[in-house]
Write a protein that binds this ligand. Sequence first.
Ligand code: KIV
Length: 362
Amino acid sequence: MPAISAAIRSSRPVATMLPGTLLHRSVRPSSIRLPACHITSTPTFTPSSTQARYSSHSPMGATTGKPRKKVTVGTIRSLYAKNEPITVITAHDFPSALVADQGGMDMILVGDSLAMVALGMEDTSEVLVEEMLLHCRSVARASKSAFIVGDLPMGSYEIGPEQGLETAIRFVKTGRVQGVKLEGGREMAPTIHKITSAGIPVLAHVGLTPQRQNALGGFKVQGKTAGGALRVLEDALAVQEAGAFAVVLEAVPAEIARIVTEKLDIPTIGIGAGNACSGQVLVQVDMTGNFPPGRFLPKFVKKYGDVWSEAMQAVEAYRADVKSRAYPAAEHTYPMPQEELDMFANAVEQSGHLQKRKAAHA
Ligand code: KIV
């Protein structure tokens, strides 16, 4: 362990050494000599769970609330049977999944809205399977209880049932999700059947299907005419018949969503579809208010927080503190025994190291 052996070879065990020596790869200038009593053989370093951490990279904090049982398709069915609304939210990375899971969500969707909210793309058509998989994996690491669904991106399932199944398997094996979502109604029934027959739960998605925005003429409310509403109902029935365990109803009039929900034997998860659906889904950055002022927010979104303002205030305050040297204060620094500091200062002084550097820079 070079950083440790170089860290002024101390006779103390490494685990009790001053934290700063573990944080930085301190290279001892060869010109600095410490008293011989301080030079011993390199101590062995045994990581242990009781070892204190001195950096900010611990992925998990303490869990809040009571531990929950893992949500399964069976749990979703029993919530539906009890007429208890099913809660769904999107997450795109470890922190957003952690808060969703610990906030008690039944389901977490790694939606392809990730393209816009996490990757800054214009729309969902650009996001790749590999990108979705990377984000699914980070969400899966944080979600201990919620049922995780990964969204199959455009182009990864429409060619045919074989392609759909192949992608769905990748989402389970590599993305570590428990189910997949795909957009489309009747025309997707064979693909849904193929995937569910292989034992992978499918969340269907009808109504407004953003991956088809070009064919739909934009992000338009669906089912606003009697004919359009009938198509939404037929699509929902078809995906149910094909084996979907639930269906997202996006941007359809509340009355139509209510009738569709009544006609189905599987849960409907509404987004912009009123409150008669069996559950609701929202995009997390929308509902937490994690976006700059002036950004468009769809009518159906309720903003439950103002994460952007909180984060902005924190960043601005940090900037001001750094500029004024108010941060870091003494309490943010690591202490060191005075005798060690004196010894170090003496060693530096005697080595003439500083003078040499000054001379070099003169
Ligand atoms: O990608 C997504 O986030 C979605 C939800 C809005 C349903 O598909």
